[in-house]
Design a protein around this ligand. Structure first.
Ligand code: GAR
Length: 232
C-alpha cells in the first residue's frame, strides 16, 4: 500500500507521462449520419485545428471541417489548411470598424458553408452576441486553464504566477463574457517545479488535442438531438 506521499507522486508521474485526468472520459465515439459539419476559427499556430482534422482522419471524430477562418494572414493555421486541403478564408479583424461587423461577416461565411458547429481553436479575439446568438450552444472554445480559473490572455503565465500545482484545459460552450459558458470537457495536468511557460503550455496543449475532438462529438450529439436531425 503506497503512502499518501508516494501516491501523489504516482498521480503526478502518470499525469506527466500522458495519462492525464480528463472528464468526461473518452469512450466510444458517436457516429453522425451525415457527418457533423464543422467550422473552425484560429488566429495562430493551428495545432488544435490540425488535431481536430487528425481525429477525423483517424475515424474517431465523425465530422467534416467545411471551413477554417483565420484573422492573421500567413498564420500557422492557414498554412496547415493549405497542406490538409481544407477550405480557408481570411477575415482580418483590422479591416473591420467594430467587433460586431467582423462577426456579421463570420456568420455569413459559416452559414454559406452550411456548418452545424463552430470551434474556436485558438481564436484570440473577443466574440460578440452577433456570432454567439447565430449559433446558440453550437459555438465551442478551448482555453488553456481549468476554468473558471485564469480567464483571458496568458492563462499559462497566470497559472505559473499563482503557483498552482495542477492546471489544465477546458472545452466549453461560448457565452458573452470572455471564457465563460457551460463546460463540456476538462483535462488536468501537473505543474512541475521547473516548468517554464513553454513546457507547461506544451503539456496542456497535448491534452487540448485529446479533449477538443471529444468535446466536439459530445456537443454534436446534443445538437443533433435538439435539432431533431436523425442519426447521431
Ligand atoms: C491554445 O492553447 C488555446 O487553448 C489557446 O490558444 C492556443 C492556440 O494554440 N486559446 C486561448 O487562450 C483562448 N482564450 P494552437 O493555435 O496551436 O491551436
Amino acid at each position: 500500500m503506497p503512502s499518501p506521499l508516494n501516491l501523489s507522486h504516482c498521480v503526478a508521474d502518470s499525469l506527466d507521462s500522458g495519462l492525464a485526468l480528463n472528464s468526461p472520459s473518452i469512450q466510444e465515439w458517436p457516429t453522425f449520419q451525415p457527418a457533423l459539419r464543422l467550422g473552425v476559427m484560429a488566429s495562430g499556430n493551428g495545432s488544435n485545428f490540425e488535431a481536430i482534422q487528425a481525429s477525423i482522419a483517424a475515424n474517431a471524430l465523425h465530422a467534416d471541417i467545411r471551413l477554417l477562418v483565420v484573422n492573421n494572414q500567413g498564420c500557422g493555421a492557414e498554412q496547415r489548411a493549405q497542406r490538409l486541403n481544407i477550405p480557408c478564408q481570411l477575415w482580418d479583424h483590422r479591416q473591420f470598424e467594430t467587433r460586431e461587423r467582423l462577426d456579421h461577416a463570420l456568420v455569413k461565411a459559416f452559414l454559406q458553408a452550411d456548418v452545424e458547429l463552430i470551434v474556436m481553436a485558438g481564436w484570440m479575439r473577443i466574440v460578440t452576441p452577433v456570432l454567439i446568438e447565430a449559433f446558440p450552444n453550437r459555438l465551442l472554445n478551448i482555453h488553456p486553464s481549468l476554468l473558471p480559473s485564469f480567464k483571458g490572455l496568458d492563462a499559462v503565465g497566470q497559472a505559473l504566477e499563482a503557483s498552482v500545482r495542477i492546471s489544465g484545459c477546458t472545452a466549453h460552450l461560448v457565452q458573452a463574457d470572455v471564457d465563460t459558458g457551460p463546460v463540456i470537457a476538462q483535462a488536468a495536468v501537473p505543474v512541475l517545479p521547473n516548468d517554464s511557460p513553454e513546457s507547461l503550455a506544451k503539456r496542456i496543449q497535448a491534452q487540448e488535442h485529446r479533449i477538443l475532438p471529444w468535446a466536439i462529438a459530445l456537443a454534436g450529439v446534443k445538437w443533433r438531438q435538439s435539432s431533431g436531425i436523425k442519426g447521431s
